[in-house]
Design a protein around this ligand. Structure first.
Ligand SMILES: Nc1ncnc2c1ncn2[C@@H]1O[C@H](COP(=O)(O)OP(=O)(O)OP(=O)(O)O)[C@@H](O)[C@H]1O
Ligand SMILES: [Mg+2]
Length: 253
């Protein structure tokens, strides 16, 4: 059994003529520690799938199992990073990171962990700053720390770096890989950037148009420890081409 098992998941929104089938027989597995990038056309159902895996959204039919436990509603053993950092403006950086532990009533046990994460992400000097004093990239780093504070084994990320400039995005990619290495979480990462999907992932999953199904899975045959130079390796370009063809960005041959 894989760490995450998504089996025949179907999701229908609305009723009657206004019915929208967002997911149709979505099947996907994620192994422990694995990094999966999820690509697909806008509106195909990627966010819907992440929300279903997190238990925030009920599915219409099918099953999701995470770490041998069926997902039937909200649970806490995952971290979620959204496109917008959505930090609480009145709280300091450190208090934002600690917020999930407050909800879980374990704040006091997590103080050292919060400081470690801030250190790891280069934010130690900003622990007492407020979100508005930070750049967009720094805010997303806070959001990443907040998602990891309770040591989840699964990290769900929905276009987390989509709003950042290219240079910051590359930096965040390397930071994310470093953090992933330290925390050993499995990652399900939604992006619109084909290059980003290749750079980060062990495996790329391409979704079809809505209703989404898995159209293609592409293993990324790059060394586990990624460096920016690898963007120019034949294996990188091969995976990029493959994914771009599946998305219809370029024509296959
Ligand atoms: N709460 C909702 N109620 C009704 N329809 C919804 C709801 N959430 C999503 N949908 C519909 O489900 C489909 C899939 O939406 P979803 O947000 O999962 O797409 P996406 O792949 O994440 O798109 P994008 O790449 O633009 O973020 C869309 O047609 C959307 O309109
Ligand atoms: Mg989305």
């Amino acid at each position: 059994m894989s760490f995450v098992e998504i089996r025949n998941v179907r999701k229908v929104f609305g009723e009657g003529e206004r019915q929208i089938v967002a997911l149709e027989e979505a099947n996907l597995t994620v192994e422990k520690n694995e990094f999966i990038s999820l690509l697909g056309p806008s509106g195909c159902g990627k966010t819907t799938l992440l929300k279903i895996v997190s238990g925030l959204l009920p599915l219409t039919s099918g099953t999701v199992v995470v770490d041998d436990k069926p997902v039937n509603g909200p649970y806490s053993d995952y971290g979620f990073v959204f496109q917008q950092a959505s930090l609480m403006p009145w709280r300091t950086v450190r208090e934002n990171v600690l917020f999930p532990m407050e909800i879980l009533r374990r704040r006091d046990s997590a103080l050292d962990r919060a400081d470690e994460l801030l250190e790891l992400t280069g934010l130690a000097g900003f622990a007492h700053a407020r979100p508005h004093e930070l750049s967009g990239g720094m805010q997303q780093r806070v959001s990443l720390c907040r998602a990891l504070i309770h040591k989840p084994k699964l990290l769900l990320m929905d276009e987390p770096f989509g709003a950042l400039d290219e240079f910051t995005r590359l930096e965040m990619n390397d930071l994310l890989l470093k953090v992933k290495h330290e925390t050993n979480a499995a990652v399900l990462f939604v992006t619109h950037s084909v290059a980003e999907s290749v750079y980060l992932a062990d495996r790329i999953v391409v979704f079809s148009r809505r209703p989404a199904r898995v159209q293609l899975e592409i293993p990324v045959e790059l060394p586990a420890h990624r460096t920016q130079e690898m963007r120019f390796m034949p294996e990188f370009i091969k995976a990029e081409r493959h994914a771009s063809e599946a998305l219809g960005i370029i024509k296959g041959h």
